[in-house]
Write a protein that binds this ligand. Structure first.
Ligand SMILES: Nc1ncnc2c1ncn2[C@@H]1O[C@H](COP(=O)(O)OP(=O)(O)O)[C@@H](O)[C@H]1O
Ligand SMILES: Cc1cn([C@H]2C[C@H](O)[C@@H](COP(=O)(O)OP(=O)(O)O)O2)c(=O)[nH]c1=O
Length: 224
């Protein structure tokens, strides 16, 4: 794969959206993007998210996050996230990676393991199979896990506005999700980098910047 695929993960209110935008600006302002483009190693920097990175996905996102009278069954929820991902991988991520894009993505397969696996309690083998069907094997090159305790995260999202269907799930659900991310990070120490997201925004980004600089150097060599 020619481009690089960086994912932001974590519980609700961890600061993914905020830090993804800071990372985008830093890649531009630090000169990294200009350098990589001048070398011909990166064509463009793109931002995307799951669910909702495609037209189909935006419809699915609305279905998944709006509050409903009829409860959405756990396996139906899992399949909707998988459908969003299949469309995103084939219609957006792979074409961009083939064209040497550097991709910053808000959530990916680890969210399904954490939310539908640890959170809902669905079988992890089933989830692994579905993730494989949806991605056809496409993994992130780097995942930045914004590690924040559930209570602080939910407080932040409540301050932001009305809670969506998943945010409304009970506290123990979100605690299981957090356990999921913790286990994933332990099992994948190189792919998943833990960030202490309980710090002020600027300090969180300083940690991210160190990791991004290291990883870009590992991938592309020292910047001239
Ligand atoms: N480090 C931080 N400290 C305090 N509040 C933060 C921090 N990072 C983000 N926020 C605020 O918390 C809320 C959730 O942040 P957001 O980036 O949308 O998180 P996520 O995308 O992970 O749900 C927003 O209102 C944001 O301004
Ligand atoms: C990608 C993915 C997300 N989710 C959930 C996590 C979030 O609650 C929700 C997506 O919201 P998110 O994109 O994090 O929205 P915001 O930035 O506005 O908080 O979907 C899953 O349950 N499984 C998945 O596979």
């Amino acid at each position: 794969m020619l481009g690089r695929f960086i994912v932001f993960e974590g519980v609700e209110g961890g600061g993914k959206t905020t830090q993804l935008e800071r990372s985008r600006q830093w890649l531009i302002n630090s000169g990294w993007l200009t350098f990589l483009q001048a070398k011909g190693w990166v064509q463009q920097l793109v931002i995307t998210r799951e669910p909702g990175g495609t037209d189909l996905g935006r419809g699915l996102r609305q279905l998944l996050l709006q509050s409903t009278q009829e409860p959405i069954q756990d396996r139906a929820e899992l399949l909707l996230y998988a459908a969003d991902r299949a469309q995103h991988v084939e219609g957006f991520l792979r074409p961009h990676l083939t064209q040497r894009s550097l991709i910053l993505c808000d959530r990916y397969t680890d969210s399904t393991i954490a939310y539908q696996g640890y959170g809902r309690g669905l079988d992890q083998t089933l989830i692994a199979q579905l993730n494989h069907i949806a991605t056809n094997g496409l993994q992130s090159d780097l995942t930045l896990w914004l590690d924040l305790d559930v209570k602080t995260g939910l407080t932040r999202t409540h301050q932001r506005g009305k809670a969506d269907r998943i945010e409304q799930a009970d506290f123990t659900f979100h605690q299981r999700v957090q356990q999921g991310f913790t286990a994933l990070a332990e099992a994948n120490p190189h792919r998943i980098a833990r960030i202490n997201a309980a710090q002020p925004e600027v300090a969180v980004f300083q940690e991210i910047q160190v990791i991004l600089s290291d990883r870009l150097t590992e991938w592309y060599g020292v910047r001239e």
